[in-house]
Write a protein that binds this ligand. Structure first.
Ligand code: DHB
Length: 390
């Protein structure tokens, strides 16, 4: 097969890029080693920034987000025995939408299928070749067991945090930035009504808890746990007791129901620089990972591909690679700010295992400064609802 852009990874980044390129008349092929079923059944985050929603709607991918998603004009920051609302709409004019990443994926996969796009899920043995030439390729074995080759002008690595494409950039040509965190989240899905109209970010002496949502009848909740936590040690009753205890300290009560999913999520910050090497360009988690507090991951991936679709169009139209040099700087400007935002939300809200009384009082004072100051809460609101794409 020959195409203009070969995309490794059929998650939201890869599919949205394929869609945006098609709108500009550019042909692409997408391959992913997961099946569509696997991707649809992996629980991911649920908050879309204002411009992520705009992109889905304006690009004609989904108006389901507007009907089935839920607009949230603010969040509750709960700490020090009380809950404080941060009103994004009033502070910045912007809001966010609760709409699960799996729904974003399904909308994109449906839109690509409806347009007759070449998207291959469930491939094996994928590899990328000749990345420093102007005729790179992707090789793989398709779901029927046939060896395939996609020849293209550019290869996109949108293949997630364990990216195979990223490893093709020689060590001498890249820099990687890491940060580990001594935190993790115990995440659950449960069948219960909403406990509050908006998300609750709760700081407590027992550790952080986040009360999120999925639908009127399904909810998503997390509580801070040890990265080595044993899932089997947590019965439903024990989970509810812990979640209730953490939010009760700040005046909230949760509506309980059967728990249908349990998983431990580890935290990490990571950035690979540059995001371009020859004819290879990275997008989304393949190039960067953020800790989950603030739900920036999917939003960053969508912001990357907006910039990428624009520079690829110029490069293909003019035949001049030079415009691709902009990509790293434009994308990483936002990535680093989001990296800081996620780090800041994480360190303000979580309890460190060695925390002293001083450390905890300092965190509460920081939270009081945020909710007590228009400047402080406006910074949070701008970061949460998302900066404009540069
Ligand atoms: C969700 C995840 C987050 O990391 C967050 O900050 C808010 C919501 C979620 O899964 O709903």
């Amino acid at each position: 097969t020959t195409t203009q852009v070969g995309i490794v990874g059929g998650g939201p980044a890869g599919l949205m890029l394929s869609h945006l390129l098609a709108l500009q008349g550019i042909d692409s092929v997408v391959v992913d080693n997961r099946t569509r079923w696997d991707i649809e059944h992996t629980v991911r985050a649920g908050i879309l920034e204002r411009d992520s929603v705009r992109l889905l709607v304006d690009a004609g991918v989904s108006d389901r987000v507007l009907h089935e998603g839920d607009e949230h004009d603010g969040i509750e920051l709960a700490f020090g025995g009380a809950s404080h609302r941060v009103d994004f709409k009033e502070l910045t004019g912007a809001s966010v939408w609760l709409y699960p990443q799996t729904s974003v994926f399904m909308d994109l996969a449906d839109a690509r299928a409806a347009a007759g796009a070449d998207v291959r899920f469930g491939v094996t043995d994928s590899s990328v070749h000749d990345l420093t030439t102007d005729a790179p390729s992707i090789r793989f074995v398709d779901a029927d067991g046939t060896a395939q080759e996609v020849r293209c002008r550019y290869v996109i690595g949108a293949d997630g945090s364990r990216s195979m494409c990223r490893n093709e950039i020689p060590e001498t040509a890249r820099r990687q930035f890491f940060r580990e965190y001594p935190y993790a989240w115990f995440g659950i899905i449960c069948e219960a009504p909403k406990s509050a109209p908006e998300l609750i970010y709760s700081h407590s002496d027992r550790g952080f808890a986040l009360i999120s949502q999925r639908t009127e009848t399904i909810q998503r909740m997390y509580f801070q746990c040890d990265p080595e936590e044993d899932i089997d040690a947590w019965s439903d009753d024990r989970i509810w007791a812990e979640l209730q205890a953490r939010v009760a300290l700040n005046g909230h009560t949760l509506k309980q129901g059967p728990i249908t999913e349990k998983a431990v999520l580890r935290f990490r910050s990571f950035i690979n620089e540059p995001m371009r090497h020859g004819s290879l360009l990275l997008a989304g988690d393949a190039a960067h990972t953020v800790p989950p507090t603030g739900a920036k991951g999917l939003n960053l991936a969508l912001a990357d591909v907006r910039v990428l679709a624009e520079v690829l169009e110029r490069a293909l139209r003019t035949g001049d690679d030079e415009v691709l040099e902009e990509y790293t700087d434009r994308a990483l400007d936002r990535v680093w700010r989001s990296q800081h935002f996620s780090y800041w939300m994480t360190s303000m809200l979580h309890r460190h295992r060695d925390a002293t009384d001083f450390d905890i009082q300092r965190q509460v004072a920081e939270l009081r400064s945020v909710v007590g100051s228009r400047a402080g809460s406006t910074y949070l609101a701008e970061g949460y609802t998302g900066w404009p794409v540069g």
